[in-house]
Design a protein around this ligand. Structure first.
Ligand SMILES: [Zn+2]
Length: 496
């Protein structure tokens, strides 16, 4: 029997967030071991499902799940969290070996206090533990900030090639199949990594739209060259202040390092020629509200990009609300995370008068609390189900105790207890609100609200609001990123 271990952790760390990914949060999210991992992930659409499938389709291979955990995007991992999680993964690999190969289901944008390249540090330690001759497969998210330390310590690195991510399982399968061929002596993978000094704005990251669609088409052509085993276009995650932050390209060939580098270089040059189109950004708040006001139909969806919960934001930004009130724009709906305001709604009850400032309580980058007077129209437990399509394939949502209020000056607000994006219209409908009846719906997110909003909205507007996930990267003070990098330094050149 061929025995393969899998162990790892997934985190996208927003180093501009003030909320640390501490060990207690990881433990609450669940650090799983053994068959619990198989039960949860083998039939999912996640990376691990691809690992399980590749090993199940070969009769003589056993995949042994050891340790796995994942946590919603927020601030950097604490030192305690990263050391604890790495120690558990490494001890399990050491104590249950020897192994014919190891598969690592990582994200690639984890940052921790002692290790800015936390994923790279983990892969390095796994390599140190198993030695140079045990194949290591590494599967990453398309938002990975890929480092040489990751690629050099792994034999095969694969990356999701869709955003929204719908191919996690497929890429996990691809990674595991290549590692199995390596174990059987059929191939000798050699990798190249290119890291151009280039960012991709969050608003230009959708892979079904130009320019990313065009870049992926070029990657497909390169993938067909003889000897090429895998090609990855990596968008990177701009909200992490680390040296590797930015775009990258990985190519794996069968024992041909020159070919691997040539493929990665061709993609790098193609992306460089698209650098302006990869960084067009979004509308400012006033312009977005003006545009929404001009559309002669309802509803119009404004995406609050600076308060993108999936990217690590708090879901309580009031910046659009304050601007709307200043401009006299109302007839607007949005959800805000504010546990204190929900408690007040429950106290006064349905039909009761509400008078309190809501949202804007995490930090002043997401606006100040928004004073409202109005009536509580509904209360709920915040649980709802979406049977239609959602980003990441999720079905059950839980925003915690929730309430709806109608303010005296024309705003309909849904108040929630846990940070939640706008991934489903049920967030509103379970509170008796019909979103199609309002003029403007403010949705928290960049990609996740699309499946809910596209069928009903007459227009979608991406608004570059400030916040820890803003599309305007010039508002962050980076200390550790590479300099220069386009578009933050417009005079950047590509060195070949
Ligand atoms: Zn991602």
């Amino acid at each position: 029997m061929i025995r393969i271990a899998t162990a790892g952790f997934q985190h996208e760390s927003n180093t501009f967030s003030s909320v640390p990914a501490s060990l207690d949060k990881w433990e609450r999210a669940g650090i799983q071991e053994g068959d619990a991992i198989r039960r949860e992930y083998a039939t999912s659409q996640a990376t691990l499902a691809g690992f399980f499938q590749a090993c199940a389709e070969a009769k003589d291979v056993e995949l042994v799940p050891l340790v796995f955990t994942r946590l919603t995007p927020m601030g950097a991992m604490t030192g305690e969290a990263i050391e604890h999680i790495m120690a558990r993964c490494l001890a399990a690999i050491r104590d249950n070996g020897p192994w014919d190969a190891v598969l690592l289901p990582q994200h690639g944008a984890a940052v921790s206090d002692p290790y800015p390249d936390a994923d790279g540090e983990y892969v390095r330690r796994v390599r140190e533990l198993v030695g140079p001759n045990v194949p290591i497969g590494l599967a990453l998210d398309m938002h990975a900030n890929v480092s040489p330390q990751m690629v050099d310590n792994a034999d095969v690195t694969t990356v999701y090639q869709t955003n929204p991510h719908i191919d996690a399982r497929e890429q996990g399968l691809h990674c595991a199949r290549l590692i199995l061929r390596m174990v059987r002596g059929e191939i000798r993978p050699r990798s190249a990594l290119r890291m151009p000094p280039l960012l991709v704005n969050i608003l230009n990251q959708g892979t079904s739209d130009a320019p990313m669609r065009d870049l992926l088409r070029i990657a497909d052509e390169q993938r067909r060259r003889p000897g090429v085993l895998s090609v990855s276009v990596v968008e990177g995650y701009p909200y992490a202040d680390v040296a590797e932050m930015g775009m990258s390209f990985i190519c794996v060939t069968d024992n041909d390092p020159a070919l691997a580098d040539d493929v990665a270089a061709k993609l790098e040059e193609a992306a460089w020629s698209m650098r302006e189109a990869l960084n067009t950004g979004g509308m400012k708040i006033e312009a977005a509200l003006d545009r929404a006001r001009q559309v002669n139909a309802r509803p119009v969806a404004i995406f609050d990009v600076g308060d993108n919960v999936g990217g690590g934001s708090p879901a309580d930004s009031t910046l659009i609300l304050h601007a709307a009130r200043r401009m006299g724009v109302s007839d607007m709906l949005q959800a805000l995370c504010d546990p204190e305001a929900v408690r007040e709604c429950r106290r006064v009850g349905v039909g009761g008068r509400f008078n309190m400032a809501v949202g804007g309580k995490t930090d002043d980058r997401h606006g100040k609390p928004f004073p409202v007077k109005g009536v509580v129209t509904a209360l709920s437990d915040g649980k709802y189900e979406e049977t239609g399509p959602t980003h990441g394939g999720f079905r059950f949502f839980d925003d915690g105790p929730s309430a709806a209020i109608k303010t005296d000056d024309g705003y309909t607000l849904v108040l929630i207890t846990r940070p939640g994006g706008t991934a489903s219209l049920q967030q509103f409908r379970t509170l008796g609100i019909e979103p199609t009846e309002l003029k403007i719906i403010v949705a928290k997110g960049v990609h996740s609200p699309r499946p809910a909003m596209e069928p009903i909205a007459k227009e979608l507007i991406w608004c570059a609001t400030p916040g820890v996930t803003t599309a305007d990267l010039t508002t962050f003070s980076y200390k550790h990123r590479r300099v220069p990098i386009f578009p933050l330094e417009r005079n950047t050149a590509l060195s070949r």
